[in-house]
Design a protein. Structure first.
Length: 733
């Protein structure tokens, strides 16, 4: 038994040494490092390192709560986006405002306001002093001695309050008081095309305000309505087809009011939605407005607190209505519907988020359910829309308190992300380029102050930076139909009335979202990543990344793969034989486009190329370590390391080298006692017994020590007795 333990530990120790030396030889990774020669001469076009971003998060101070919808804008006119986030100090009155730039808090921020601020809403950017001095505009509500006021302030890019601008309104404006808000309730947009942004908001006394950029009341405004409006935001949209927007206010009981910007009421208004349960049915979400059935008239759809979806044409002469029972009731502030043409058929669909999922409808003569996605409960906010996987079809992103669901346009689940949302709140996800790398990300702010970022690796700028679709609470518009939404053109600086701002024959939207070009400069033939391929060739012909010189991350530039090695620039193993392209091009006997060479043995060392790559041996040298043993024999026969000159290695520690055991004696180089008769192979060889026959044991073995022991024992015992007797005799004398 003792011998068996000794053999086990000897073998274990030897194996450890073997693999340790093998791993160290291969750079500690098990990869082929010794033959990865410097590829810089073969790879001169790789001029910078592209980083393939991963999902990540930004953690803001945890002592605050974050319940305000983030706002995305370009505050410094660099065509790159910043994010404004508001935090509640908790027990302390006041707010903390952050500006996030390059995934970190911008210099000069955060701004701490120790004021009485019950409700805060980020409205956007306004250019002061003829567009040369941009500011972030924020609305907040405060209580002063039982008097409620609503104030508007401007903050510059450095986090300083601009005391030269601001105004205050007496009274409380919807929503007030507000627990949390997944939507904006104030329209802040240039409605009258005068070059300045105006404000539209509703107070709790059902009065609609329309203000100029300085806070002055526009002529004939404000206007009182004759019904309560609890939480329904106003909408600005052209419903009369006169080229100018009208202001729409919908009441709790379904009265729809419409005014021209001059304050006059649109003829035939207010309209009334005929509800199914008049005594108890109300409305709590923002209405969705578009020409859904493409009949030339704008329609309004809104879900009720009694599980119905209603539609009405906003043309009193057309008097078309719809009504359909839906799976659940809709209440503010948990869920909100949006509109979007998700299937590219020219018709806007209605995407109604419910607490247990998403119901999607199309509008014809009837309201038709396209699909109903139901999964669990506690869905929150509003859906977000974007093509995040480069298939030219949009995906739908919805959230509940446990998961983020990414749905295909037909409702199939593309991805379900567990625990992506760490805490419950009702802010909607946004999709935009938060890290300014020309790729869009899915961004969500949790109540606990964690900004969760899911990387899509799809090109773009800001397909969904407004939780309700646009700053006017209607469908995003693309006036020149170039694939860039109007607000994106405003951010970039392109002409929203010219589909090809730089005149290079490529639409502005394609330049930003597909070719990653500058839509203001004719650069389709540029090579942005210096890989030897033009930008347009990378996208149209080779499907490579124009910002990454090595799209498949195999250390070979895209241009070299196309023109030098004739390999695939989007696959690191073009022939799928298990050997990467960058490995195969190092050897004349290998062809990165021929999968059969993986099983060839050009150096006749009894090891095929695929195994040579796995072991780290040279596929064109039969004896990589120069110890006179073939690489294949070292691995499969002698159990030695083909990367170290160890022909005389004694793996099992029995006194015989592995080569002697295999070639001369036929014993097992991994077992010190091949026949398990209790004698090591070396002992049997030296004693001329057969190490492979358990009945053959050494004939001569010295037992002299036993005879000596036998002789010593009597002497040792008898001598004291004799001495005692002799002593006794002497005493008697």
């Amino acid at each position: 038994m003792q011998k068996n333990y000794q053999r086990f530990f000897t073998l274990f120790f030897v194996i450890l040494i073997y693999f340790a030396s093998f791993n160290e030889w291969n750079g500690g990774t098990g990869g082929v490092q010794i033959y990865n020669e410097d590829l810089s001469s073969k790879n001169s076009d790789v001029s910078f390192i592209y980083i393939d971003d991963q999902d990540r998060l930004i953690v803001l101070p945890q002592e605050y709560s974050y319940g305000v919808q983030p706002f995305v804008l370009d505050i410094d006119d660099d065509s790159l986006l910043e994010t404004v986030i508001v935090a509640d100090m908790g027990g302390i009155q006041g707010k903390v405002i952050y500006l996030i730039k390059d995934e970190s808090v911008a210099s000069g921020w955060p701004l701490k306001l120790y004021w009485d601020m019950n409700y805060v809403e980020i409205l956007g950017r306004m250019d002061i002093n003829n567009g040369t001095d941009p500011r972030i505009i924020i609305r907040y509500t405060k209580d002063l001695l039982d008097n409620v006021t609503t104030s508007f302030i401007a903050i510059d890019a450095g986090g300083n309050i601009d005391i030269s601008w601001g105004f205050e309104l007496i009274g409380a404006f919807i929503p007030y008081p507000a627990p949390l808000s997944h939507t904006t309730h104030t329209i802040f947009s240039d409605l009258n095309n005068d070059g300045n942004k105006e404000f539209v908001l509703i107070d709790i006394n059902e009065t609609v305000y329309y203000l100029d950029h300085l806070g002055n009341k526009m002529t004939n405004w404000p206007i009182k309505v004759n019904d309560t409006i609890s939480y329904i935001p106003p909408v600005a949209v052209d419903i009369t087809n006169d080229g100018e927007k009208e202001i729409i206010a919908t009441t709790d009981k379904g009265f729809i009011n419409a005014w021209f910007l001059n304050g006059s009421i649109v003829e035939g208004f207010p309209l009334k939605i005929n509800v199914t349960y008049p005594t108890e049915e109300e409305f709590r979400e923002m209405p969705m407005i578009s020409d859904f059935n493409l009949d030339g008239d704008v329609d309004l759809f809104i879900a009720s607190t009694s599980s119905y979806m209603y539609g009405i044409t906003l043309n009193p002469d057309n008097n078309k209505t719809w009504a359909k029972e839906i799976p659940q009731s809709v209440y503010y502030p948990s869920t909100q519907g949006i509109t979007y043409d998700i299937d590219n058929d020219g018709h806007q669909e209605i995407l109604q988020l419910l607490t247990n999922g998403l119901a999607v409808y199309n509008v014809t003569e009837s309201l038709n359910l396209e699909f109903y996605f139901s999964a669990g409960s506690n869905f929150i906010g509003a859906p977000a829309i974007a093509d995040i996987d480069r298939d030219n079809e949009v995906e739908i992103i919805i959230l509940n308190t446990i998961y983020a669901y990414i749905l295909e346009h037909d409702g199939e689940v593309l991805e379900q992300i567990q625990n992506w949302i760490t805490t419950s709140n009702i802010v909607a996800p946004l999709i935009y380029d938060i890290d300014r790398d020309k790729e869009i990300e899915i961004v969500h702010l949790s109540l606990g102050g964690v900004i969760l970022i899911k990387e899509t690796n799809d090109f773009g700028l800001a397909p969904w930076i407004y939780p309700l679709g646009s700053p006017t609470h209607t469908s995003n518009t693309d006036l020149d139909e170039d694939g860039l939404l109007d607000f994106e053109e405003y951010i970039i600086g392109t002409d929203m009335n010219n589909s090809d701002s730089d005149g290079d024959t490529v639409l502005d939207g394609l330049e930003v979202n597909q070719y990653v070009l500058n839509p203001q400069i004719p650069d389709i033939d540029w090579d942005s990543d210096s890989d030897g391929l033009t930008n347009i060739d990378e996208i149209d012909t080779y499907l490579t990344n124009p910002l990454n010189p090595d799209s498949d991350f195999d250390t070979l530039s895209d241009g070299d793969e196309i023109y030098v090695y004739f390999t695939s620039p989007v696959s690191s193993d073009s022939d799928e034989d298990g050997m990467p392209d960058n490995y195969e091009i190092l050897f004349d006997s290998h062809d990165p486009n021929d999968p059969t060479d993986a099983q060839e043995d050009p150096d006749n060392d009894n090891l095929v190329n695929l195994d040579e790559r796995a072991m780290g041996t040279h596929p064109e040298n039969p004896d990589t370590d120069g110890d006179s043993l073939l690489d294949g024999d070292e691995i499969n026969r002698y159990y030695t390391n083909p990367l170290q000159p160890d022909a005389d290695f004694d793996m099992d520690g029995d006194g015989l080298t592995n080569v002697e055991e295999v070639d001369i004696y036929g014993t097992n180089p991994c077992d010190p006692d091949s026949d398990h008769d209790g004698y090591t192979d070396k002992e049997e060889i030296d004693a001329k017994s057969d190490p492979l026959d358990p009945t053959s044991i050494p004939r001569e073995r010295s037992y002299n020590w036993m005879y000596s022991f036998i002789a010593i024992v009597p002497v040792a015992i008898l001598t004291p007795i004799y001495v005692r007797r002799l002593s006794s005799r002497r005493l008697l004398k």
